[in-house]
Every structure is written in C-alpha cells, then in structure tokens.
Design a protein around this ligand. Sequence first.
Ligand code: GAR
Length: 202
Amino acid sequence: MKFAVFASGHGSNLQAIIDAVKAGTITGELALVVSNNRKAPALKRAQDAGIKTLFLNPQDYATPTSYDRQLTIHLKQEQIDFIVLAGYMRLVSAFFVKTYARKILNIHPSLLPSFKGLDGIKDAFTYGAKVTGATVHFVDEKMDHGPIILQDAIKIAESDTIETLTEKIHKIEHRIYPKAIQLFVEGRLTMKGRRVEIVEKP
Ligand code: GAR
C-alpha cells in the first residue's frame, strides 16, 4: 500500500513515520510528501530520507477545490492509496474528502472533540484542563471531527508549562500515529456508525 504524508511545518510526526517505515513497523510505502509551505522543514526531512516531495503553492489556485484537484492528479500519478495529514495546516476540500473517503488520517494534539482547531495544546492548557492528549482520526467534511481511531491521554501537572506539555503530547503523537497507520495498512479498522473498531490479528 502506498501513502502520502501532507505536512506544513516542523515535521516531527513525519519523522516518526519515516523512522517507523525504516524500522518495518509501518509496512506501507511512504511514496510522497506534500506541502503547502515551500519552507516547511518537513520537506527537507523527506528529501534527506530520499522520499519524493511535492510543493504546491496555494496562491496559484483560485479555490481550495482547484488546489485539491491538482493535488489529486499528482496522487493518482503516484498511485497513492491513502493520505496521512501530519501537521497539515490547511483544510482539505469536500471534493478531496469525497475522493479519498475513509482514506485520509489526521492527528490532532488534544482529546477530540475537545480543543479543536489550530492550537489544541495551548487551548487545553489555558482552559485549565487537567487531562489532555492526542487523537488520530479519519477525516470527514468537518474540521477535527471524523471517526476516532486511537487516542491517548496524559494528566496536565501543575508544574507543566506549554513547552513541557507540548513535548509530552508530541511523544504521544509519535507513538500512536505510526501505530494507527499500520492498523490501516493491515486493514484492521472497521466502522460501525462513527465507531472505529480494531480487528484482532488472525
Ligand atoms: C502536531 O502536534 C499535530 O498534532 C498538529 O500540528 C503539530 C505538527 O507538528 N496538528 C494540528 O493541530 C491539526 N489541527 P509536526 O510538524 O512536528 O509533526
């Protein structure tokens, strides 16, 4: 199974995925890394790992749908089976969600449905939540909304700062995202309504 990772920034989740592919704990082929940000360190990480990259400039497209149509052309060319969003700070269009229905995974740094949006870690911290975490989910038409695949939680300690909490959440992300991707590759995720069930290994 071939997959593409979409990333806009630092790319620490991308790195965890690259490492898992190298280690054989993800058995899918990471064939393409896509970014909407020419300067994303994620692109450099991909290049260093010898993975093909694609930068598409949103400013060259009149609408999010036309951007995503162009993306789809590239994805078809590369015979990509599924998409992994890893810090991709751009909403995918309804067209894209339909084209890759139940084939787009996302990670979000909070326990969804709490603290959706761009700043899940800071929002949970400043709200005064006592517990937070990270969520891997399928992408649907609404932001940070689709069926949940895996979550893990941690307590927010009184001694925590946004920085220490961010570090802890990233550690969770780097553990659960490769795991969720491998479950998808193995075809072990089934849906009952919006409940995702994990099928035992035969
Ligand atoms: C991650 O914490 C990811 O959960 C978050 O962006 C960060 C990217 O870090 N995504 C979102 O907030 C999506 N709503 P990375 O570039 O180091 O992987």
